[in-house]
Design a protein. Structure first.
Length: 174
């Protein structure tokens, strides 16, 4: 029924727009409902309340991420946390962490991990510097799922979802 209405609206738009009439854009109705996260995700610093809250609120939904992972080790606290968690910073810095659980340190000391599952053709852009700065850009649509494990660990999984170029442009240009 809905698809039939869309076809009718497309025909009205196609006929009336050249004559100065009605215009209708169907993509806005779907993409406008997608939650977007734009703050950094810290792997070596306990400041992840916003991403944890975002993932909890969007469990079992598709979201858009326009963020970056910060795995920097430029201060003593970050270096100690990376050592204590046994982080493989080389894999993160090279963008080769698909399927690898990453810790989400937080001020509540909750045990939370985040695992990205990127599509095979996904190319990550990363930056590293001699001062210990490590960041990896994350942009795209992801399906969020949460699992609970032995003890108090909560694991979030973000599986990349293919989307049209129009949908990506719409969200990035908001």
């Amino acid at each position: 029924m809905i698809e039939r209405l869309r076809k009718i609206f497309r025909r009205i738009t196609g006929v009336s727009t050249p004559l100065g009439g009605i215009s209708w854009n169907p993509s806005e109705t779907r993409v406008a409902k997608v939650s977007t996260f734009r703050e950094p995700i810290y792997i070596t610093y306990p400041n992840n309340h916003s991403i944890i809250s975002f993932l909890e609120a969007n469990d079992r939904k598709i979201v858009f991420l326009d963020t970056h992972i910060d795995a920097s080790v430029s201060i003593k606290e970050q270096w100690e946390l990376a050592e204590r968690k046994g982080l493989n910073l080389e894999l993160i810095a090279s963008g080769e962490f698909s399927g690898m659980p990453l810790p989400l340190p937080n001020k509540e000391n909750s045990l939370v991990t985040l695992t990205f599952h990127f599509s095979d053709d996904h190319v990550l852009k990363y930056s590293t510097g001699g001062t210990g700065i490590v960041t990896v850009d994350i942009n795209g649509f992801y399906e969020v799922s949460r699992t609970f494990h032995g003890g108090p660990t909560t694991a979030f999984h973000l599986k990349e979802v293919k989307a049209s170029l129009e949908a990506k442009i719409d969200i990035l240009n908001r």
